[in-house]
Design a protein around this ligand. Structure first.
Ligand code: HEM
Length: 195
C-alpha cells in the first residue's frame, strides 16, 4: 500500500487493497444463495420419476425456474449498478497472469448468469410449458408465453442449457479455488474484499 496515494474505495486496516461496496456484496451473496438453489435443483429434476400426479417434480421445476429467473434479474441489476459504481482495482502487487485469469473468470460467470436463465426460460416455452400455473414465477406470477411449442428448438435450447450447467460448475470451481488460494496460500486479503 502506497501511503501517499489517494485512498482506495473501502480501504481500511482490515482491507489495505480496498473492498467492494455494500450493494456489490449484497448482489454477490444473494446470487450465491440463489445459485445454491438453482444448480442442484436443475441437476436433480430429471431423477424425480414415478409420481402419479407429478406434484413433487413440478415443485422442483417451480423452485428451479423461479430461482433461475431471479438470478437473471439480479445479474442485470448488478451489471447496471457496476457500470455506475466500478469495482475496486486489482491489488497493485497482483501478477498480470492472475489479473487476466480473474477478469476472464468473472466475465465468464457474468455471461453465464445472463445466458443460462434465458436459455432455460426459452426452453420451457419451446417445450410448451411456459412459467404459468404450477410453474408460475414465484408461485403466483403467470409469465406470457413467448413462442409456440417446437420440439426441434426445445432440444437445442435444452442441450445448450445443459452445457451451460456444466460450464457453470467448471467456472465456479475455478472461482472458489482461486478465493481459497488467495485467502489460505497467498494470504493477500482478496476474499476479505467481498466479505
Ligand atoms: C442461473 C440460472 C440457472 C442455472 C444455473 C440452471 C441450471 C440447470 C442445470 C444444471 C440443469 C440440469 C441440466 C441437465 O442435467 O441436463 C437445468 C435443467 C433445467 N432448467 Fe435450469 N438453470 C437456470 C435457470 C433456469 C431457468 C430460468 C429456467 C426456466 C425458466 C430453467 C429451466 C430448466 C429446465 C426446464 C430444466 C430441465 C429439467 C429436466 O427436466 O431435466 N432453468 N438447469
Amino acid at each position: 500500500m502506497d501511503a501517499t496515494a489517494a485512498p482506495l474505495p473501502g480501504q481500511d486496516a482490515a482491507h489495505p487493497d480496498g473492498q467492494y461496496g455494500a450493494a456489490a456484496k449484497w448482489f454477490h451473496w444473494v446470487t450465491v444463495g440463489l445459485m445454491a438453489i438453482a444448480l442442484p435443483t436443475g441437476f436433480v429434476i430429471k431423477f424425480i420419476t414415478g409420481e402419479a400426479d407429478g406434484a413433487y417434480k413440478m415443485a422442483f421445476y417451480a423452485i428451479h425456474e423461479s430461482a433461475g429467473l431471479t438470478i437473471l434479474f439480479a445479474a442485470l441489476a448488478r451489471i447496471l449498478w457496476k457500470w455506475r459504481n466500478p469495482a475496486p482495482p486489482h491489488p497493485a502487487e497482483l501478477p498480470p497472469m492472475m489479473r487476466t485469469a480473474a477478469t476472464a473468470t468473472h466475465h465468464g460467470l457474468y455471461a453465464l448468469l445472463i445466458a443460462q436463465p434465458i436459455l432455460g426460460f426459452l426452453a420451457t416455452n419451446a417445450w410448451g410449458f411456459p412459467m404459468q400455473g404450477r410453474t408460475a414465477y414465484l408461485g403466483f406470477i403467470d409469465l406470457p408465453k413467448f413462442m409456440e411449442a417446437s420440439t426441434g428448438l426445445a432440444n437445442v435450447l435444452s442441450w445448450a442449457h445443459t452445457i451451460g450447467g456444466y460450464l457453470f460448475l467448471l467456472l465456479l470451481a475455478v472461482h472458489i479455488a482461486a478465493a481459497i488460494f488467495h485467502h489460505a496460500i497467498r494470504k493477500d486479503g482478496t476474499l476479505m474484499r467481498m466479505l
